[in-house]
Structures are given as C-alpha cells and as structure tokens.
Design a protein around this ligand. Structure first.
Ligand code: SF4
Length: 167
C-alpha cells in the first residue's frame, strides 16, 4: 500500500517533532537486556500503566506482533511530551491513510506522574515506549544516521525518539 510519508512527517512536525524518518520494520532491534534496564533503575517500573510489568503481553507476544509490521516511522523530538504528541498525531494520520494497524510507541507522560493504580483517565493516549517493548533504541535508530546520547544523569540528549509502526 502507498504511504504518503511526507504527510506523516508533516503531522509529526505540526505536533512539535523535529524530523521523521521511514525505516524497514525488519530493522527494529530487540535486546533482552532492555528488560533489565526497565526492572532496575527506572523510577517508572511498576508505577505506570504503560510500563512493565503492567503491559499485559509477554515478550514473545510482543515480538510476534511487531514481526507483522513492514514499515515504521522514527520521530525525533526535543523531549517526551512533544514526542508523545507527534507519535499519536502520526498514528492518527496513518490510520486516515488506511493503515488500520498503525501503532505509536511513545512513553506516556500525559499525567505526571501516571495515576497507576487508579484507572487511566486517558486510555486513548496511552502507548508503551520502545524500551518497554524490549527494543534497543540506539541500535534501531543508528542505521538512520541518528544517535542516542545521555547526559551524566542518564537523561537523553538532545533528542527523544518515538516510533510509529505503520503497516
Ligand atoms: S494517560 Fe496518564 S494514567 Fe494513563 S497511562 Fe498515560 S500517564 Fe498513565
């Protein structure tokens, strides 16, 4: 199916993203070490509806589902909130193009903090991050000429990556 990538990139930019790059979904890199980084050292572990261990899907289910996608759009944003907005805008635009399985992967920061264990008030906005699904973000974006850099506190610099699985 033809995808109007320029329209998707424009939707990302309108929502505050810097740039967006199309990639072959076969280039998504899984690494079981991502689960260790979620479990140990991340303040969101067990405290957010969209983070482990509350995903409600096994790693095998996730990997099998993601293997069904052919293309994805990587979105570069200045920080998490605009990254989430951009990914959701691209997901919506992709669905409007007929890509019914389009799915945004974007850390949900809509509430600060997440209200877990109370019911999520905005389930239509809630998506998991790439890392929560076991993806190695740095290895996934590197072939696109993009780089993950961290400051001494472990904060991402200067870019925040989100992604939309297209079809
Ligand atoms: S919308 Fe709010 S409550 Fe729901 S997952 Fe996102 S941060 Fe948590």
């Amino acid at each position: 199916m033809e995808v109007d990538c320029e329209a998707l990139a424009a939707a990302a930019r309108e929502a505050g993203a810097g740039q967006a790059r199309l990639m072959d979904a076969a280039g998504l890199v899984f690494d079981p070490r991502a689960a260790l980084k979620c479990r140990f050292g991340c303040p969101r572990y067990g405290r957010a509806w969209t983070c482990p261990p509350h995903l409600g899907l096994s790693p095998e289910q996730i990997e099998r589902a993601l293997a069904g996608y052919q293309r994805a759009l990587v979105i570069v944003s200045p920080e998490a909130a605009s990254g989430q907005r951009a990914a959701l805008a691209v997901e919506k635009a992709a669905m409007a193009q007929g890509l019914s399985f389009a799915l945004a992967l974007a850390l949900c920061v809509h509430c600060d903090p997440c209200v877990y264990p109370d019911p999520c008030p905005h389930p239509k906005l809630a998506r998991p991050s790439l890392a929560a699904l076991g993806l190695d973000v740095a290895a996934t974006v590197k072939p696109l000429g993009l780089e993950v850099r961290l400051d001494p506190e472990g904060k991402l610099l200067p870019a925040w990556y989100t992604l939309v699985l297209l079809d």
